[in-house]
Structures are given as C-alpha cells and as structure tokens.
Write a protein that binds this ligand. Structure first.
Ligand SMILES: Nc1ncnc2c1ncn2[C@@H]1O[C@H](COP(=O)(O)OP(=O)(O)O)[C@@H](O)[C@H]1O
Ligand SMILES: N[C@@H](CCC(=O)OP(=O)(O)O)C(=O)O
Length: 368
C-alpha cells in the first residue's frame, strides 16, 4: 500500500475507565496498532483525548468535573500521566512521541498557525510521532475547539492527511443512539454528512467523553470539506488500523469521490480568520468570482467599509448578500484611491488592468 498520512483520534472512552484512570490495556492496544501502521511506513499523527478523564481521580473528584477550573486542573494532571504512558509504551517500538498542546488562538493567529504547521511537518520528517491534544489548562471556554473531534478534523485538513480515523467506544454511526435504542441500525458507508443527520443525532456520549456522536459527525463533515475521508468506529488488536485502511474496519466510512484537498491558506481564511472589513461588489464582479472562477478586480468594487491593511481578510458583499471571504491585496486607503483612479481612467479611456483586489487562490466562497 502507498505511504499515507493518517490522523488517528482516540476518544477518552477508548483510553480510560469511568473511575478516572488510564486503562493501560486499552492504551497499549492503540500503541500496538499505531506501531503497525508505522511499520508499514505510514506517517501517523495521534490526536489523543483523555487528559481530564485520566486526571480527575487524583484530584479527589468522584467523576469528570463539571467546573471549568476543575476540568483544567484535572487536565494538567492527566495530560502528563497520558504522555508518560505513551512514551513508555511507544519506546518498545523505538517510536519517539512529541507532545503538542494547541488552543483555538493557535489557529486564529496566522503566524502561530504557520508555526504549528511547520513544527508538525518537521516532526513527521524526522520520524517523530506527534501526539496532539487541546491545551485544556489554559483554554478559555468561549475559545475552544469544542472537542477533540473537531480538533482532529482541523489538524487532518491542515496537514493534508489521507485519512482521519476517529476511534471511539461504539462501532460507528447508528440511525439513533444504540445505547438507548436496541433496534438502532448501523450505517456502514456515507457519501456525506447532511444537515438532517446532524439535527437528528444527539450529543450524549459516554461518562468521560464530550460531544457524543454529533460532534464526530460535525468533525467528519469539516474533514470531508477539507478533502479528508473519515472513518468513525471501533477496533481491537494490533492490526485494527491496517484493517480500517483496507476498508475492513468495524465502523462507518464517510467519504466520496468528489473530495478534494484545499490549500492551507484557504483553510485558514475559511475556518480561522476574522474579517477586518467589507468590500461591496457589483453584479458583474459577483458573477465573475462566483461562477467564472475569476479573481476580484478593482473595477467591480464600488464601496468599502472598515479599515484594513494589505494582507488582511475581508468579507465580500454582492447583490445577493455575503459572497465569501478573501485576503485583500490593498489597504482600505489604497483601494479607495484605486477605485477613484479607475473612475477617472474610464472617463479618459486610459484604462490599464490593475492587480487583483483578491486573488482567486486566496478566496473562499460561502455556500450560496
Ligand atoms: N446515532 C448514534 N450512533 C452511535 N453512537 C451514538 C449515537 N448517538 C449518540 N451516540 C453515543 O456517542 C458515544 C460516543 O461519544 P463520546 O462518548 O463523546 O466518545 P469519545 O470519548 O470517543 O469521543 C457512544 O458511546 C454513544 O452512546
Ligand atoms: N481535551 C480533552 C478532551 C475533550 C474531548 O473532546 O474528549 P472526547 O470526546 O473523549 O474526545 C481531554 O483531553 O480530556
């Protein structure tokens, strides 16, 4: 099999028990399976949950803490215990793990986003196994990834993974929660995650996990949009991940032939950037950028709102509302001058083509 880049996300329920301890047997099973993938020359990135679930009992909590400070304190203890176990178990295979703790701001800040990408790439080039988790101890509640399912989807998009494998305590997606409905039917293959599926899936999960199946579906939808096929399910034994790659996993495969990778800049614009201004365009420009795959030229811009610098991200508004977001190649001041200049040139017929306001490679359309 061709060498692939695989992101494996392991949920809390697949690493710990209900009492707030690491289940060494479960962890060992994952380590063997990851080592088998690496032996086949695949690149692996682990996104491992379990810090809170592994840490809370040592702080004297009877179950997963509900307060933010309780969870953050439990994660501080549990994360080191987790990494300690991973280092010990992976050493049997001469695999060196690297701990990477990320916050939402590491994605929204462009420089930090680039740094994280460069570091993970360097680790992979040097044969190290990155083990990623959210930096729970310092994450601010309104500014989190939501859960590690979404973090794994964002990571798999950003490093252009060939496959995202989400391991959990249930063997895939059912048409209703199988823990509540014994007649629930398992879905083996899905072409895509629809809004109806999302609306119909509950967010109840295990005692130690967060988000339940709903957060996995949201993550799978995001990963697919970034060009990455997804598997959600279960497995046991050293060859479980190899079996999943061969299409024989016990779970749900979510993929279709239309998936295509999106460059990292466009991913950042779409998912993490904050627009600093608005640009209003006429009908001709709207058609050019939406339907003809063209870049946005100053000729189509008639109004600017807000103050922005060259390189900032702005929203583009057309006759039908918000069209998308893109990286602008003028500051707001320069663009105002350019529009005025263009109007004069048109009168004197001295029109010369200008540089794009937004190049199509740095443009992301909203779904219209
Ligand atoms: N439609 C569904 N299909 C499968 N599982 C579901 C569904 N709806 C809810 N669930 C629940 O989602 C749980 C897995 O989510 P969670 O506990 O957050 O896992 P993890 O810790 O692996 O992230 C399952 O144990 C199951 O109870
Ligand atoms: N960052 C948290 C994980 C939160 C989370 O999403 O958990 P899970 O639903 O088990 O993947 C931790 O390590 O405890």
């Amino acid at each position: 099999m061709k060498k692939q880049r695989i992101v494996v996300k392991i949920g809390s329920s697949s690493l710990t028990n209900d009492k707030g301890e690491i289940d060494q047997e479960k962890l060992n099973d994952h380590v063997h399976a990851v080592a088998a993938l690496r032996k086949d020359r695949h690149e692996v990135i682990l996104v491992s949950s379990g810090a809170v679930a592994a840490g809370f009992s040592r702080l004297g909590y009877p179950s997963r803490p509900v307060t933010i400070k309780g969870r953050q304190a439990a994660a501080a203890v549990g994360q080191s215990l987790l990494i300690e176990s991973y280092i010990e178990k992976f050493s049997e295979f001469n695999i060196i793990p690297a701990q990477i703790l990320l916050t939402r701001t590491d994605f929204s800040n462009r420089e930090r986003y680039r740094n994280a990408f460069a570091t993970i790439s360097e680790l992979l080039d040097r044969g190290i196994l990155p083990i990623i988790n959210e930096n729970d101890t310092v994450s601010v509640e309104e500014l989190t990834f939501g859960d590690n399912d979404m973090l794994s989807a964002l990571v798999s998009g950003f490093i252009h993974a060939d496959q995202l494998i989400i391991l959990t305590d249930v063997n895939g997606l059912y048409d209703s929660n199988p823990r509540i409905n014994p007649d629930a039917r398992k879905l083996d293959y899905l072409e895509q995650i629809t809004d109806e599926m999302l609306a119909g899936t509950d967010s109840g999960g295990s005692k130690v996990g967060t988000g339940g199946m709903k957060s996995k579906l949201l993550a799978a939808k995001t990963a697919n949009e970034l060009g990455v096929p997804v598997f959600i399910g279960y497995g046991k034994g050293p060859d479980k991940l190899q079996e999943i790659l061969k299409g024989r996993g016990d779970g749900t495969y979510i993929s279709n032939s239309r998936l295509s990778s999106i460059n990292t800049t466009r991913q950042w614009i779409a998912l993490h950037s904050e627009a600093t201004g608005k640009i209003y365009v006429d009908k001709g420009a709207e058609e050019a950028i939406l339907y003809n795959g063209k870049s946005l030229l100053p000729a189509g811009v008639f109004k600017i709102q807000g103050t922005f610098d060259k390189g900032d991200v702005v929203e583009v508004i057309g006759v039908s509302g918000l069209l998308g977001k893109g990286e602008v190649r003028y500051s707001s001041e320069q663009l105002k001058q350019e529009i005025a200049k263009r109007a004069d040139e048109r009168k004197t017929e001295a029109f010369v083509p200008a540089i794009e306001v937004i190049h199509r490679d740095k443009w992301v359309q909203v779904k219209i």
